[in-house]
Design a protein around this ligand. Structure first.
Ligand SMILES: [Ca+2]
Ligand SMILES: [Ca+2]
Length: 273
């Protein structure tokens, strides 16, 4: 009896896929991303000031995270540690505006142009080093590099996700964030590419902040699972309030680093044009 076509093909495909995975190391095509943080106007998560996530000059570092914007505003603050809104009153920030994504630590900033991203998940990574400069990565690929100037020290303010310091409500994002990781080392291009499509072990060396928002839906705490202990809250406090984002099932479900590389910035779903 002839088997249906798919029953013939699947074993071959599985063998081919397994061979490909072995050849490539261990890329991950499908991940369990748990929950993400869904942020609406005037909502954010807040992590109290701590020296180990301050990146005082000249400490090097890497920041990376996933985000999705459901509405594009003039200014969309993704995260930031700043004490005033506007000017250079920040220690570090990430923002999407004017069809560009920018990541910067004061004195050291990178921008990548990528328009038309409504409703799409993207990954940004930013590395900085007083000697070797900074680089921004979009969806695992380096996009821009430059040298760094001297940046701030001793700036005391909350770290916020979904907005930046006391910036007005109309500059917070309307969308989602997930899988925010801070490092006290400059991750290499190979490390960023190999890991942006996967969750990682909390004890990975150099990891100093890891917020994955996988707590229970009604938990007001935003735990730093890196072991550094920089836990935050939904909104300003653990009280239920209108500044609280909500948790939803994360939909980062199509990440494919092999496709990203092989098509050179053109992902499977045509995200990067
Ligand atoms: Ca998550
Ligand atoms: Ca709250």
């Amino acid at each position: 009896m002839n088997l249906p076509l798919f029953q013939h093909r699947w074993p071959q495909r599985l063998i081919a896929t397994a061979s490909l995975l072995l050849a490539l190391g261990a890329p991950t095509f499908a991940q369990e991303w748990g929950n993400s943080l869904k942020i609406d106007t005037g909502q954010f998560a807040s992590v109290p000031h701590a020296l180990d996530i301050s990146y005082d000059y000249p400490n090097p570092g890497t920041m990376e995270f996933w985000f999705k914007l459901d509405t594009i505003r003039d200014i969309n603050h993704l995260l930031g540690k700043r004490h005033e809104c506007g000017g250079g009153a920040y220690l570090y920030q990430a923002v999407y505006w004017n069809d560009d994504a920018s990541c910067g630590i004061w004195g050291c900033s990178e921008t990548v142009d990528f328009p038309n991203i409504v409703g799409e998940w993207h990954h940004l990574a930013f590395t900085f080093d007083a000697v070797n400069g900074s680089t921004i990565y979009l969806d695992g690929m380096p996009a821009s590099s430059t040298s760094c100037g001297v940046w701030q020290t001793s700036l005391i303010s909350d770290l916020r996700f979904g907005t930046s310091g006391p910036c007005p409500d109309n500059q917070s994002i309307v969308g989602e964030m997930d899988e925010i990781r801070f490092w006290d080392i400059v991750r290499t291009p190979e490390e960023i590419f190999a890991n942006y499509c996967r969750t990682i072990a909390a004890e990975t060396p150099g990891l100093i902040g890891y917020w994955n928002f996988d707590e229970a839906i009604d938990n007001q705490n935003v735990y730093d699972i890196s072991g550094t202990g920089n836990d935050g809250t939904l909104g300003m406090t653990t009280a239920v309030a209108s500044d609280d984002p909500t948790r939803v099932v994360s939909t980062i479900d199509d990440c494919d680093p092999v496709a990203t590389e092989s098509t050179n910035w053109s992902r499977v779903k045509g995200i990067y044009r």
